[in-house]
Design a binder for this molecule. Structure first.
Ligand SMILES: Nc1ncnc2c1ncn2[C@@H]1O[C@H](COP(=O)(O)OP(=O)(O)OP(=O)(O)O)[C@@H](O)[C@H]1O
Length: 393
């Protein structure tokens, strides 16, 4: 496909995905794609959920672009027993390595063993394993996979995780009923809150990085691209990185800005939108309007929550996952009685089409503003408005 001049040509796009694009061109390409619907659509189509990560390339001007090496070529074959763990079967393979279902030495406990299987693990891969171990060690939460230990075998790092017997969200048939998505949203938001409170940004939230158990519990996995913020971080991070999976990157990340809790929340918004509708939102759409149009029964408060996560401008998103958790918690009692507008709390009902509210039937940024207003009203009812206001300030 040839695109109009100034747009990304095929060679640029291929070079971009293979990490061969010179760093300045890479940043310009992301910058352009953030504004150009055609190029963004092309990149989204090509991305197919593959992550762009840690094989750090020095950037002109002191930044760096990170790209996840792909473990699809020649790889190391693990032994049947690795450091006492008997490998049973391959659970999955990603950019960092392979994950095996294994039994620990007692034979009693099933674990998920994540092993770096590249023939020659490079510094980026080793660093990514170390980051993942450090990040997970900071978080203990039922919605985040538990790490039992870490080790090295044959010069390869490995991580030992609880085995989460379930399906990744990427394996689910979508669209899901929005009520199920709401349950998943609560779990993911709680897991993300624990990560953020531990000073960890995930930076690669996507359906393939969350596993849903048959009992409905959802767990975040794969902190290999995490970064650390807040207390305990000695040196502020000055490097700029384009890290993550292109399809799920927040607009500001595509433009080379640093990750924040708000960029994680944007990825969560995309994930929730996709679970509800079976697709990612089109460029420059109004997510709340689309959700209510495509899913007429959706709780409008929940649609507004997803839209708030998806705001283009990070300052219009929830500041932290804890605010999102509080809002979801407050919405929960109203779920059983939706979609009838008269059963929805007054402040939410005000904004509904046909309610006589001057804000009803708004589009674009107006609806984004409306979403913020709804969220704030919900927050006020929940006693959290001061949190939202302070964090928006
Ligand atoms: N604790 C676990 N329990 C069960 N399955 C797991 C577990 N951890 C990972 N998996 C499976 O292994 C797959 C790859 O895991 P993971 O995402 O951690 O690897 P990765 O190399 O970092 O992948 P990616 O490049 O896609 O981010 C997952 O999609 C999942 O199916």
């Amino acid at each position: 496909m040839r695109l109009p001049s100034n747009c990304l040509c095929d060679e640029d796009v291929v070079a971009l995905f293979e990490g061969r694009l010179p760093v300045t061109a890479n940043v310009l390409a992301h910058h352009h794609a953030a504004r150009c619907t055609a190029c963004r659509a092309l990149l989204v189509t090509l991305a197919h959920g593959d992550a762009l990560p840690p094989e750090a390339q020095p950037l002109e001007g002191g930044g760096r672009c990170s790209r996840r090496p792909c473990v699809t070529g020649a790889t190391w074959t693990p032994p049947e027993v690795l450091d006492g763990f008997r490998l049973e079967r391959l659970l999955g393979r990603g950019g960092m390595g392979a994950v095996y279902l294994a039994r620990d030495a007692s034979g009693e406990r099933r674990v998920a063993l994540k092993v770096c299987v590249a023939l020659q693990p490079d510094a980026g891969m080793l660093a990514s394993f170390a980051t993942e171990a450090r990040a997970i060690a900071r978080i203990q939460h039922p919605n985040v996979v538990t790490m039992y230990g870490a080790g090295e075998f044959d010069g390869r790092p490995y991580l030992v995780y609880e085995y989460v017997d379930g399906k990744s969200l990427a394996e689910l048939r979508t669209p899901l009923p929005w009520q199920r998505v709401f349950d998943i949203a609560e779990g993911l938001a709680s897991g993300l809150r624990a990560a953020h409170q531990g000073g960890v940004l995930h930076r690669d939230l996507k359906p393939g990085n969350a596993i849903l158990k048959p009992d409905g519990t959802v767990k975040l996995i794969d902190f290999g691209l995490a970064t650390f913020v807040g207390r305990g971080v000695t040196a502020p991070r000055v490097v700029r990185e384009v890290v993550g999976t292109p399809r799920y990157m927040a607009p500001e990340i595509r433009m080379g800005e640093s990750a924040t809790p708000r960029s994680d929340l944007h990825a969560l918004g995309l994930l929730l939108f996709e679970l509800c509708t079976g697709r990612l939102p089109p460029a420059r759409c109004c997510p709340a309007a689309l959700l209510t149009e495509w899913l007429p029964g959706i709780n409008p408060g929940f649609a507004a929550v997803i839209a708030c996560c998806l705001a283009e401008d990070p300052s219009e998103r929830f500041a932290q996952a804890d605010v999102l958790c509080a809002v979801l918690e407050h919405l929960r009692p109203w779920l059983a009685s939706v979609p009838c507008p008269e059963h929805i709390p007054g402040p939410i009902r005000e904004g509904l089409p046909g309610s006589g509210d001057p804000h009803a039937n708004l589009g674009g940024g107006d609806l984004g503003a409306l979403s913020s207003r709804l969220i704030e009203q919900l927050g006020a009812q929940a006693g959290h408005v001061h949190v939202a206001r302070e964090q928006h300030a």
